[in-house]
Design a protein around this ligand. Sequence first.
Ligand SMILES: [Zn+2]
Length: 51
Amino acid sequence: MQETSRFRFDEAAHQWFYVDGDAQWRSLPTGRNTSCPCDSGLKAKRCCARD
Ligand SMILES: [Zn+2]
């Protein structure tokens, strides 16, 4: 078992994806300039979407 981020930003699609309980990637209706979906309070590009 390994703990990985449940969120990632697909640069090609310019779209967020998250992993649901079945480990399937699903899209999120947010961009990297909006708040990160992990509730850190940071902009996505400063958090899970950072390079
Ligand atoms: Zn984050």
